[in-house]
Design a protein around this ligand. Sequence first.
Ligand code: SF4
Ligand code: SF4
Length: 171
Amino acid sequence: MKHESKKEPSNLTFSEELRQKMLGETINLCYQCGTCASSCPVAKLDPRFNPREVIKLALLGEREEVLSSEAIWLCCSCFNCDERCPQRVAIALAIYALRNIAFKEGHIPKIYSEFASALSNDGRIVKISKFVEKKRPTLGLPSLKPTGVEALRKILSTTAFEKLQQKEGEK
Ligand code: SF4
Ligand code: SF4
C-alpha cells in the first residue's frame, strides 16, 4: 500500500514550525546573501544542494517541496555555513529539523531505510562483504563475529524508530 505523507495538523507557518523544532532559533533572519552556499563544501561538489535555496524555499512556505527533496539529506553537518552566516542563522540545525519532519512524514531516502533495516537485522549498517572477510586474516585481523542485536532491537522497539520503519515498509 502506498503510504500517503501527511502534513501534521497545524496552523503554524512553516518557518514557525521550524523555529519550534530548532529550539527557538529562526531562519527568518536570512536575507539571502548566499554566504552559506559559497562556504558549503557539498554545494561546491553537488549541484543538487544549495543551503541558501533550502532556506529560501522554507521561508516561502514550500513545505512539501523542501521535505520531499533529496537536497536536505546531502548536508554533511560541517557547520561552515553557521560560522559564516552574517545573520547567525542556524542553518545546519534548520537542516536537521527539516530532516526530522521529513522522516516523520515518510520522506525517507531509500539508502537510509536500507541502513535502518540492516541495523536492526544484522547490527551493522553495512554488510560485511566476502572480500572483507577473506582479506582480514591476511592483514592479521580477526574475523568479524556476528553482532548481538537483541539489545539494539529493544531500543528500537521502545522508540518511534521501529514504527517509522514499519511506516516506510508500507510504501
Ligand atoms: S549566509 Fe545566512 S543570511 Fe546569507 S543566505 Fe545563508 S542563511 Fe541566509
Ligand atoms: S553544514 Fe551543511 S549546509 Fe552548512 S556548509 Fe556544511 S554541508 Fe553545507
